[in-house]
Design a protein around this ligand. Structure first.
Ligand code: 6R9
Length: 646
């Protein structure tokens, strides 16, 4: 982010204190910040979660690894489903599901969810899935997705959910890294009226993942898909009981692996971020209850993310279900069949709480407020934002056109690695400022350090966290060295998040985006090197350098600079071929928005590609310091080509 943007942010003087009526009924009040951190997490550990065996020790901190709620035994699926049915809440709606084809809807109560999970668990059990068996899940936003995750949790089988937009290579890499034995998928997914061939992609992935011995295929569209005898099983054809008594909830240790979520880092290989059972569950349930001011009897909560990302895991599945919330689950996109799809959903179900990403808000801004204006949004009482810094304009638009100027907005900062929200307003307590995530959550301590690792009381620097929190990752799967070097070496003793931040005179945090080679496209983390590797993988590409440039809708857009081999000349066909190649290697979200063909890339004398310069070129900025450049003429040549790029 340029200095100018930072200054603009800090000039932001609008203040939004919590509406008094909201504050009066809020779940948490200002005194929550005074609670000693041990007492806070100890009490929430007891109150928010049911234990088969209570924990003894709260936290064991052996940097960089923390363990929480030691000695406890519990089951995540039991906490998210069965105990609510036992408590007489079986008729409460867990999910209102909205499929993409018009009129395709389902109301799933907690009692039904319990039966669905039991059935899926029995099917998995027949395939030999038990405690410790790694399961991959590659699905769209259908009810069977949370059911599959919960069935794994019920059996004690760790899962990894791979976003349905990812490619066969991405899926097989993850399955191989985790050692997955079983894959749960579906025939196809609906998207904008088209069909996404999940099973076909899964077949390609399984061909490259020999450890996967069985798959379970849920029928969604009814499209023709090949089934491999002996390996693939239609979910609806397997005979299995849905009686929860036939498949007990496995008692798990607090620190047993719950899931891996792969995320992009600064190398081409995604990291398997480890999340365990008790700390994760307490962390997501506590934050969900406090930050979204959850009133489980009356709220209709909607997180419009995809479950394939950490936001969906923590705040569509585990947090809300643990809290016995009623949620909306939706399949599809905000502009199909029309741009008012979301507002139609809000009106139909009386959604009270909406949690989405700045990129979605900016898309709605672009489409205009008339789509929301056609619907009654008066049920909304609280709005949330996650995934990237929210620009003050987008914040104000959300506040006015969606929140009717009455709903507090919680801008929540967190990461795959943190598992739960760490910096956020509390809606009944915090005076918000458009663009600021404000304060660390109770029991969390964050700071900003300068280049030398000194604490910045007021001003900009690097965001770090100072002590462990329950849902923090337990590491990168199988890569202790990378875990230490990525997060713990830059500032010894602190968790380094990879984000820049500023603290203002009130002690509020303003997030400024990534400081490493990770791009943020529509709230999705993509590493520059991952895209470069995919490009260089193409037989005609000699070299590639990738950077993000600002984009009004997606936050950042991917720009690639490509040097072709030998006599290959640039062409529009080549450009399309390369974009498709990246989509095939990684997934459509990683497709470069622009490709600039260039005979040479700007490099330092030691051979490092000067990405900062590429970003300047991509954003038409005056070029910064080029004195370390080996051949300065490359840059003027590049600017010329970028301007002419198709
Ligand atoms: C939950 C999630 C994490 C990165 C993170 C930061 C950015 C997320 C933000 C935000 C500013 C917010 N980020 N929330 N930046 N304000 N409210 O998005 O996880 O996919 O791992 O991305 O997203 O850069 O480091 P993940």
């Amino acid at each position: 982010m340029s200095d100018q943007t930072i200054d603009t942010l800090l000039d932001e003087e609008r203040r939004f204190p919590p509406p008094p009526a909201f504050a009066a009924q809020a779940n948490v009040h200002a005194d929550v910040y005074d609670r000693p951190f041990e007492e806070f997490w100890e009490a929430n550990g007891r109150e928010r979660v049911s234990w088969f065996q209570p924990f003894g020790e709260l936290c064991r901190w052996q940097p960089p690894y923390a363990q929480w709620y030691l000695g406890g035994k519990l089951n995540v699926a039991y906490n998210c489903v069965d105990r609510h049915v036992e408590a007489g809440l079986g008729d409460r709606v867990a999910y209102y599901w909205e499929g993409e084809p018009e009129g395709d809807r389902l109301t799933i109560t907690y009692a039904r969810l319990q039966r669905d999970v039991a059935r899926m668990a029995n099917v998995l059990g027949q395939l030999g899935v038990g405690k410790g068996t790694a399961v991959a899940i590659y699905m769209g936003m259908v009810p069977e997705l949370p059911v599959a995750m919960l069935a794994c949790a019920r059996l004690g089988a760790p899962h990894t959910v791979v976003f349905g937009g990812f490619s066969a290579d991405s899926l097989s890499d993850r399955m191989n890294d985790m050692g997955c034995e079983v894959l749960i998928t579906q025939d196809e997914a609906w998207r904008r009226g088209g069909r996404v061939p999940l099973k076909r992609t899964a077949d390609e992935a399984m061909a490259a993942a020999p450890g996967v011995r069985a798959s379970v295929v849920v029928r969604r569209t009814g499209g023709e898909v090949p089934m491999t005898e002996g390996r693939d099983h239609w979910y609806h054809e397997v005979e299995a009981s849905d009686d929860p008594a036939t498949v007990p909830c496995a008692p798990m240790d607090s620190e047993d692996l719950l899931f891996l979520m792969y995320t992009s880092g600064t190398t081409a290989k995604p990291k398997g971020i480890v999340h365990t059972t008790a700390g994760y569950l307490v962390g997501v349930a506590t934050t969900h209850w406090a930050i979204f001011d959850l009133k489980p009897e009356s709220d209709v909560y909607w997180c419009a993310a995809d479950i394939g990302w950490i936001t969906g895991h923590s705040y569509i599945v585990y947090g809300p279900l643990c809290n016995a919330a009623t949620s909306v689950l939706y399949e599809g996109t905000p502009d199909f069949p029309d741009k008012d799809r979301w507002w139609d959903i809000v009106e139909r179900y009386g959604v009270t709480t909406l949690y989405t990403a700045p990129t979605a808000i900016r898309a709605h801004m672009k489409w205009g407020p008339e789509h929301a204006g056609r619907h009654d949004l008066s049920s909304l009482r609280l709005l949330g934002s996650v995934g990237e810094p929210i620009n003050p304009e987008a914040w104000m638009w959300y506040h006015e056109h969606i929140g009717g100027e009455r709903c507090p907005i919680v801008d929540t900062w967190w990461q795959t690695e943190t598992g739960m929200v760490l910096i956020t307003p509390l809606p009944g307590v915090t005076t918000t400022k458009p663009g600021s995530a404000t304060k660390p959550f109770p029991g969390v301590r964050a700071a900003v350090l300068n280049e030398q690792g000194e604490r910045v009381e007021q001003g900009g620097g690097y965001l770090v966290l100072e002590r462990p929190w329950p849902a923090m990752t337990r590491g990168i799967y199988g890569d202790d060295e990378r875990f230490r070097s990525t997060y713990w070496e830059r500032f010894p003793g602190f968790y380094f998040a990879g984000d820049g931040a500023r603290i203002d005179a009130d002690g509020d945090f303003w997030l400024l985006g990534r400081v490493d080679d990770v791009m943020n496209v529509s709230g999705h983390r993509i590493s520059t090197i991952e895209v470069e590797s995919a490009l260089v993988d193409h037989p005609k590409v000699a070299e590639a350098a990738v950077c993000g440039r600002s984009d009004a809708t997606t936050g950042q857009a991917i720009v690639a600079y490509v040097t072709l081999k030998g006599n290959e000349g640039p062409s529009l066909e080549m450009l399309e071929e390369l974009r498709n190649h990246v989509a095939h290697k990684i997934g459509a979200i990683a497709k470069p928005a622009n490709i600039v063909f260039t005979p040479e890339l700007p490099k330092t004398r030691s051979g490092k590609i000067m990405r900062r310069l590429l970003r300047d070129v991509a954003e038409n900025r005056p070029l910064g310091d080029t004195t370390t450049l080996a051949d300065a003429s490359v840059v003027s040549e590049l600017s010329q080509r970028a301007a002419e790029a198709p």
